[in-house]
Design a protein around this ligand. Sequence first.
Ligand code: 6PG
Length: 478
Amino acid sequence: MAEKSRIGVTGLAVMGANLARNMARRGFPVAVHNRTTAKTTEFMKDYGDEGAFTGTESLQEFVDALETPRKIVVMVKAGKPVDAVIDELAPLLDRGDIIIDAGNSHFPDTDRRAAYCEERGLRFMGIGVSGGEEGALNGPSIMPGGPQEAYGEVEEILTAIAADVDGTPCCTHVGPGGAGHYVKMVHNGIEYADIQLIAEAYDLLTHVAGLSAPEIGKIFEEWNTGDLESFLIEITGIVLAKTDERTGKPLVDVIVDQAEQKGTGRWTAIDALDLGVPLTGITEAVFARTLSNLRDERREASTTLGGPTPGSGANRDELVEDIRQALYASKVVAYAQGFAQMRAASRANDWDLDLGAMARIWRGGCIIRAQFLNRITEAYESHPDLDNLLMVPYFTEAVANAQDAWRRVVVTATEQGVAIPAFSSSLSYYDGYRRERGPANLIQGLRDYFGAHTYARTDADGKFHTRWSQDGSEVAAG
Ligand code: 6PG
């Protein structure tokens, strides 16, 4: 009888196939399965000699090929297909077997599936995997959620296939239930903010500084050698430098200006609203994508709605440096907001997230990998109860140093009519957060006027209501 496989992967589209190959290349025997057998046959033909694979045709054969407790990675499209696979697998499994959903599932679905599996004596893990196709094959960042003891059963495999930074794997147990998928969701939200900030910088460099795509590509290449060093800044340089084979123009100039999304950024923003966490950078990034899709409306508005036409005028070198600093400061804000959200979610769900460890496992493999994340890990190591990353000296100083440039960029963009929702909302968040007394006193006054919603006083305890339309006197409320 053939040797049983350590782990199984069902769903052999590129992410599943690459994860399976990564495991096999690291010496773990892997059983593979796909709903359409032709895909498994093709996989075995193309990659069968890369490691100890067992190709299987039916789910029963797949399950029989695995050592117990079985560990089954499900890598299918998020949503109903995940439920369908679990429904088919569950009757074939034994108590204690582990189903691992490695797709971009929404965390409440993961909580629901974990409960469903638990009722059937099975263990369920939702693991976030970041790094795209390349990462899945050569070392992704892995964010595993689910029972700690189930993680113990797969830790050796997951840490072996994960990216490695200075000898530390980019994988650690995140927390119970949907915590892994939650952290992956926020990772993607931050990815949205990072990308939007880069797009705004590109827009300003194009339309205010008057630079061409390849020239801007060179600037990003240079920026990647400093504080901004990260995968996304690096690939921006590469994408901007690419010439279109058909037209000879820069490729970005012939790409339609509409951005798609699969949902993780939107989920992050919705969850922030539910938690009551200000998450302006990520949310503006989601809205910017939705605005990009109003292409026909924008075309009409461009001939109807007046405003300045951006053009030069600014000192180009100074502007480029200002934009670099604005990008860095806004990025700090986006991360501060994303980490504040994870902190709030951790408290609300009793997840006990180690935020420093989250930054550590994002240092390699994932889309937002960056030097900068070391500073976040250090911040949480020295201040585990930190409310906001902006409050640790490293980030306080970084933003203080950048803020004059940041303000100039917001002014220039506003004067010249370039939309910068992420730059400007980050700056407004910063200015709002550092105010001891903001204008919400008036909001309370208005709410009390029209709805008797009451207000608190600065000089007395309790809640009060003014009889605005009666005698104007104040009464203590309930
Ligand atoms: C990753 C990416 C990955 C995917 C995003 C894209 O971490 O590897 O985030 O998960 O590329 O889902 O998201 P949008 O299609 O929503 O931009």
